[in-house]
Structure formats: C-alpha cells, structure tokens
Design a protein around this ligand. Sequence first.
Ligand SMILES: Cc1ncc(COP(=O)(O)O)c(C=O)c1O
Length: 420
Amino acid sequence: MTAAEVRSPLRALMDDGVRPNRLQDVAWLGEYLETGARAGEPILLSLGETWSGTPEPLLAALREVPADSHGYQISMYGLPTLRKALKEYVADTQRLPRGASWELAVSWTGTRSAMRDFATTLERGTSLAVAPAWDYSGVFEPLGFQSAYVPFDPAEQSGPSVEGARAAAAAVPGNLALVVINAQHNPTGANWSPELVEALIEIAIERDAAILVDDAYFGVCQTEPPPTSALAILLTRLAGEPSPVPWLGVRSLGKQFHCNGWALGAVVAEPVRLDDLVNDVRPQHTFNYAIHLQWAMAQWLADRPAVERYLDRERAETAEKRAAVLDWLPVGTRDRVIAGPATPYLLYPVPDDTGSSDVTAYLRRAVLQCGVVLSDAWPLARVGPTASTGYVRMYLGPGLAELRTARDRLADEGLWPSYD
Ligand SMILES: Cc1ncc(COP(=O)(O)O)c(C=O)c1O
C-alpha cells in the first residue's frame, strides 16, 4: 500500500453533519469525499499540516506526564520548567544579544491569539505586512485595524527591497500602528535580508508604530547560511534601552516539531509589557492550561542534541523533497517557481495551458478531479476577498511518495505545470 492509499486522517476530521469551517478548499474537499473520492485518498498540500512526524521522544514524554499535571497552572508565564528551557532555547538559537531587555512567556493557545492580545493594547490604525502574507489581516482587521502591504516580487529571494518597504510605509495615510516582520516568510519561503528587517524596524520607530516579529518558521529554515534573526536585529538596535515603541516577538513550536495541535509557542517582549500581556490581557479570556503538554515539551527541549538532530533531519528531508518537485517541473520554467529556503512551501504560477483561467478555478479542479488540495499563495484569499498572486502554494510536509502521487494525479488530469 502506498502512503497515499493509507486512509487519510482527514476523513475522521471531516466526518460530521456540519460544515467543518468556512474555507473554500475544505468545502471542495467535503464534496470530493462525499462523491466517492474517485482519484483516491485526499492529499492535503494546502495547510502546512501533517498530523504526524512529531519527534518520538516528545511523544514518549507525553506518556510519562506526572499524575498531578491535569489542573490549572499557577503561572500565567507557563510551566516554569518549560519557560526556562524555552528562554534558553530562543536566546541561543535566535542569537539574542547579551544584556538586552526581554522576557519570555510560554503561549499555550498558539501564537495567533498572543498577536491578537498584543494588538488589543495598541492604538488603532494601519498594520503593514509584506505581500503575500500569512493571514495577519484576519487577526487585526476585526479589531479595527486596516491592512497595507509592501508589494513583493515573489521571485526575489531575499524579500522585497528596502526602497519598496519605505515607499509602502510612506503611502500609508494617518496612523501607521503596526509593522509585521516575518523574516522567514510564509508563503514565499524567502529568508529576508538583515537590511530589510533593519529598515522595517526603523520605519516603525520613525512612525511610532508597534512591531510584531513573527518567527514561526525560524527553526524550520535551512541553517546555511544562518536564518536572519529579526529578534536579534531588533534587540541589537534597542541596545538594552527601553524601546520607544511597543514590540512583541512570537515563535510557534508547532511547525518545527510537527505538533501544531499542542498550541505551544514562545512570546517575547520587554519585561513590563510582557507582564501586562500575560497577567492583565490574557486572563481576560483564558486561564493557563495544558501542564501535560508543557511538561512533555520541557523534557524534549532539555535534550538539545536530539532536538538539533531531529531538525537537521527534517530540513534535509524538506530540501530533498523541494529538489525533487523542482525536478518534476519543466526545464525553462523553474525561474518562475519559488522554493525555499525558509519554509516547507513551494510556489508555482498557475499553469496557463490547463484551461484554468485563475488560481481559484485551478485549485477547485485539483481537489474535485484529483483529490489534491493546494492553496493560493496568498492565504488571505482563504478568508477574505481574493487578492491572488497567480501562484499556487504546495506544502512539502508529506512524504516524497505522497507528493509524487499528487503530481501524477495532477498530470493525469492535465493540471501539472508544463507552461512551455
Ligand atoms: C507565519 C505564521 N505565523 C504564525 C502562525 C501561527 O502558529 P501557531 O498557531 O502554531 O502559533 C502560523 C501558522 O500557520 C504561521 O504560518
């Protein structure tokens, strides 16, 4: 039995009498399953999710949690053993300068909710991110912020230019409230240049805007050359002095350890601001749960050599899959494909010769005819008005055999790119 023939975990996650969520691709997936999944088990390459691949020692630790781990926690900063281990881990891996003024808390509700909590403390105005972007607008717009974007040529490997960032900020009328820095950029996979990060920080300081540093993919990025540490750049710029603008750093642990569902991550800020965030804002909606998950994560992070070995293996496998998929694409078109090094996504322009005039039509056919679920490169299109880049985003998390099956099914239906 090939990987793609194993019963998909999606079936159990979708098997209910209600519409599971409002995502268009999930609606198509439901239709595909209900009509008999004729091309075979669905292959989900839209969300960055595998449901498996979690480090074995992390799972083993979960089976050994102390019996008294099932109540509330006392500390709103998270379980002390995890908080301390995570603080060291973030300081070392993100190369944070000594003497800088920062503190760290564990988020047990993912990092998206920490971003939201941070935003509630800011004056309303416009948030600036690089396009295409992760769904920051879905967090900030409902709170009353507007969104503006630095235009990005997705084929530019080190991110948009400093001039482009400055021009986009200058075009924001009124209060620039927040600048988002996602230096290992989802969806393009670009590792931004330090110069771009520095420029975004200067823009924020000049305009009195808050800064959000989102390092969700820092641990996933290839390590040669070392990924740009936006947090280190920010702290170096502040040089141990109180920041003139509010800032928050977040780092999900879900991507790097294949445990998105554990909702653990790091939240970093200046000590006083962090204390307000965890002890004033966060308890307004959530107490501190999940000792068991935090205990297991602390055991895992304590074995740093094992963590590094696991991440090295993951990065090597992603690089191998990236190279394989690139190889399947027609020669002469690869300069229009965007592949890494910072995220496990590969972007290709929607093929012209498939009869699909736009990304949405292409994605629909890929699900309904092939059972292959891909996404628009701009996940904004998942929840809001379409702002398509013309690129399809393919997640490289599943095994190579499953990716090959996806390619074969798309090719059988004339949907695999040939462009020539
Ligand atoms: C760029 C980016 N930031 C933040 C998040 C949120 O991650 P988590 O919910 O694991 O904290 C994601 C998840 O998809 C992401 O891709």
